[in-house]
Ligand binder design. Structure first.
Ligand SMILES: Nc1ncnc2c1ncn2[C@@H]1O[C@H](COP(=O)(O)OS(=O)(=O)O)[C@@H](OP(=O)(O)O)[C@H]1O
Ligand SMILES: Nc1ncnc2c1ncn2[C@@H]1O[C@H](COP(=O)(O)OP(=O)(O)O)[C@@H](O)[C@H]1O
Length: 236
């Protein structure tokens, strides 16, 4: 890929700290890596609901979804997966620079690519929390929520992670969740507990007084004290 030359960074007057102050939160990236069917999307959705109810602005970046748009030109070769992860890392970094907490749920099978994701965040001074969504291959394959393992076994899908392509598990992730041993809620809670323990987010009570259950992208909760449905800051 060509590298840009003759370019100069341009600073604005509104800083990251101004935006964080406006939003009453700091940006961060929660990076979920694991086999297909390990539970990355399911846990991300649960964490999003849990944190949204506490008044956090949180946004999910998800492998399948991103491949419909931004990364629709990428396949599953090692080179394409690397570019997939690099682009997502840059997007997550930008979102965190705005002040958004994002979850990135990507198989991201290669240690080197995840290292790049971490470096992009480290360089920008943004917290990067790697979560290994850990499950034995047999369990993921048995779940097979999209029927992809079946297709991979018959050879209909080539280069399928865990079957005909490698998955390099993280050795020292910030958080490891075993989705065959913990409930979805407990997995999400383990991540939130880590964020609180490390001071990445503060401890907050729920401020949204209805469950956030809609699966069509629109949240159905309303915030305590808010008349327009906007979420109010739950910090004291
Ligand atoms: N060959 C192959 N290998 C792995 N996964 C495949 C493949 N082909 C299609 N899919 C579907 O694509 C989803 C993974 O996309 P990602 O962007 O997360 O992959 S990667 O991080 O670039 O490796 C993955 O989503 P999840 O099952 O949610 O992980 C699959 O639905
Ligand atoms: N503790 C758990 N955490 C996450 N998913 C779980 C858990 N227990 C069972 N599952 C099931 O495993 C499947 C995981 O699928 P999905 O979230 O799409 O995985 P991925 O995004 O990693 O491909 C879902 O059918 C989900 O209901």
């Amino acid at each position: 890929m060509p590298t840009a030359t003759n370019i100069v960074w341009h600073d604005g007057a509104v800083t990251r700290e101004h935006r964080y102050s406006l939003l009453a939160q700091r940006g961060a990236t929660v990076w979920l890596t694991g086999l297909s069917g390990s539970g990355k999307s399911t846990v991300s959705v649960a964490l999003e609901q849990m944190m949204f109810k506490k008044g956090y602005l949180i946004y999910r970046l998800d492998g399948d979804n991103i491949r419909f748009g931004l990364n629709s030109n990428l396949g599953f070769s090692a080179e394409d997966r690397k570019e997939n992860i690099r682009r997502i890392s840059e997007v997550a970094k930008l979102m965190a620079d705005v002040g958004v907490i994002s979850t990135s749920a990507f198989i991201s099978p290669y240690i080197a690519d995840r290292q790049v994701a971490r470096q992009i965040h480290d360089k920008a001074g943004i917290p990067f929390v790697e979560v290994h969504v850990d499950v034995p291959l047999e369990v993921a394959e048995k779940r097979d929520p999209k029927g992809l393992y079946k297709k991979a076994r018959t050879g209909e899908i080539k280069n399928f992670t865990g079957i005909s392509d490698p998955y390099e598990a993280p050795e020292t992730p910030e958080v490891r969740i075993n989705t065959d041993k913990l409930s979805v809620n407990d997995c999400a809670k383990a991540i939130l507990d880590y964020l609180v323990e490390k001071g990445i987010v503060e401890q907050r009570d729920d401020v949204v007084n209805k469950p956030v259950e809609s699966a069509n992208g629109t949240a159905n909760g309303t915030a305590n004290g808010a008349t327009n449905g906007a979420v109010v800051n739950g910090s004291s």
